[in-house]
Design a binder for this molecule. Sequence first.
Ligand code: MN
Ligand code: MN
Length: 300
Amino acid sequence: MKDKDIEGLKEAGRASSLALEYARSIIKEGASMLDVAQRIEAFIKEKGLGLAFPVNLSVGSDAAHYTPGIGEKREFTAKDLVKVDLGARRGDLLNDCASTIDLSGEHGKLVDAANEALETAINMVKNGREVREIGREIERIADAHGVKPIRNLGGHGITKTELHAEIFIPNFDNGDSTALEDGQVIAIEPFMTNGEGYVEDGENVEIFQKTGSNPVRSREAREIAGFIDSSYGTYPFAVRWLGKEMGKLSEFGIRRALAELSAAGDMEQFPVLREKKAGFVAQAEKTMVVDGDSCIVLNG
Ligand code: MN
Ligand code: MN
C-alpha cells in the first residue's frame, strides 16, 4: 500500500474516532436524534473530511442502518442502548467504526462482550489468519459473557469504492478458511445480543446508495438522480440529506422518486436491521490494515 494511502486512512480513522467521542458527549436522555446526527456529521465535515456513509444511530433491538428521517421527532430516552456507527473519508479512503452507548446502564454484559471481542479479534489479525478463527474467538467471548453473537452480521474488507468488499469476517466459526492478506483494509464488528442472534430487515429505509444509471421516466427522479451523482456519487446517503438539499420536493415526492430509481435497478436500499426476537444489541467496530504479523489499527 502507498504511504499516501496509509496517511489518508489514518486521518479518516482519527477523525472518525474523535467523532465517536463527540457522539458520546452529546447523546443524552432528551437529546433530539436528528440534532445529534446532524451535529456528528458536521463535526466530521468541519475537519475537512467527507462522510463514507450517514451516521447510524440504531437504538435497542435495531442493530444497524437507522439514521434519523426527514422530520424526525424522536429523542433519546434513559432506557436506550445506542449504537453509533460512522465513518469519515479522505477522498476515497474510507473508515468504518462504531461504539455502543448504554444510557440505561443495564446492558454492561452486552457492551463488554462486544468491546472485548473486538480487541481480542484485533490482536489476532495478521497476514494468513483464517477468518473462521477470528469468528471462533468472538463466539467464545460471547459465550463467556452469557450472550450471543449476531451470526448474519460481520466484518468486511474495505476498498476505495466499496465499504463492504472482498472478504467477510464472521462473528462465529462459519467454517470459512479464507485468509487475511497483507495490505488489506478490513473492519471487524462483533454484534452481541440477548435475543436470537440474527437480524432481519425492517420496513423502514433511511439509507440508500446509487448503484446504476438506468433511465427513469419522471422529472423528479431524473433531477434527484443527477443531484445524487454530483453530491454523493456511489457512497450511501440519507433520505434526510435529500430532504434538506431538495427543499422544493416533499418527503412523499422524494420517496416516490427513490422508489422509481430502485425499481429501475439504480439504487441499493439499506433497511433498518432488527434483532429477530427483539433482543437488545450492542456493537463495537474498528478499521485496520493487515500488516505482516499484526495490523495497523486506524481507530484509537
Ligand atoms: Mn462495517
Ligand atoms: Mn460500521
